[in-house]
Write a protein that binds this ligand. Structure first.
Ligand SMILES: [Zn+2]
Ligand SMILES: [Zn+2]
Length: 239
């Protein structure tokens, strides 16, 4: 069966995201848009995922804990985990590898940590929008070790993508799916990158504003609707 997903959404924890990207707003918008499952993927942090998971559960929306990691090579990789526990181990490793640079909210934006009622609990003081000291190899290996999956983000873009920065996808990463942007012309991308023929593409919004969250336009063939089934599909290339 085919299910509608959006697997790359930022909350107000990402300094570049709108402050209206609260746990309840994201979940309500995803439900309104008719999505079957979403992943929230803030830059280098998982601090809002528990709150969003509670909101998703209340609304019967399938939720996958995610993170958009910026590797040493300045490649953005969306990592999805089957549950919050695996994500907490993943995020501890990323946090350990983050440079201790203080955020400048006036320049980069605020990094809001919220509870399940959209109250701001605190602000993340460390700058999240920066490369961590984990290579793309480290990140993909750790995601796999924790039963998650790594999907190179927005490969059609000229910056922060595995294609723009490395020029290719190393085979040892075991990648089956690449993410394309919301407005990417998939046929044109295919024709420009015949070398990526063996990879499947998944479209995600990379939403920083509520209105950017996808409608039922990114469909995944799954044997069942669950975080595990979505991860299995992306990791193995099949259901
Ligand atoms: Zn990105
Ligand atoms: Zn993003």
């Amino acid at each position: 069966m085919k299910f509608a997903v959006d697997l790359h959404i930022h909350s107000a924890l990402s300094p570049c995201a709108d402050k209206d990207m609260t746990p309840n707003n994201i979940v309500n918008m995803a439900v309104l848009k008719g999505l079957d499952a979403i992943a929230v993927t803030d830059h280098n942090s998982a601090a809002n995922l528990q709150a969003i998971s509670i909101c998703a559960q209340r609304n019967g929306l399938v939720f996958i804990p995610g993170m958009e990691v910026e590797t040493t090579e300045e490649i953005h990789i969306v990592c999805l985990m089957p549950d919050l526990e695996s994500m907490s181990r993943f995020s501890a490793a990323v946090r350990q590898a983050m440079p201790r640079i203080e955020n400048r909210p006036d320049i980069f934006g605020r990094q809001l940590i919220m509870d399940e009622n959209d109250n701001v609990v605190c602000e993340e003081p460390m700058m999240l929008l920066t490369a961590c000291r984990m290579t793309a190899d480290d990140v993909t290996a750790l995601a796999r070790e924790l039963n998650g999956v790594a999907v190179p983000a927005h490969v059609d873009r000229p910056s922060y993508s595995i294609i723009s920065n490395l020029g290719f996808v190393p085979e040892e990463f075991g990648i089956k799916f690449l993410e394309i942007s919301r407005d990417c012309d998939a046929a044109l991308f295919r024709s420009m990158h015949p070398e990526l023929e063996s990879y499947q593409l998944v479209r995600s919004s990379d939403a920083h504003y509520l209105g950017d969250i996808l409608e039922r336009e990114s469909m995944l063939e799954l044997d069942e609707l669950s975080p595990e089934a979505i991860i299995r599909r992306l990791a193995n290339g099949q259901g």
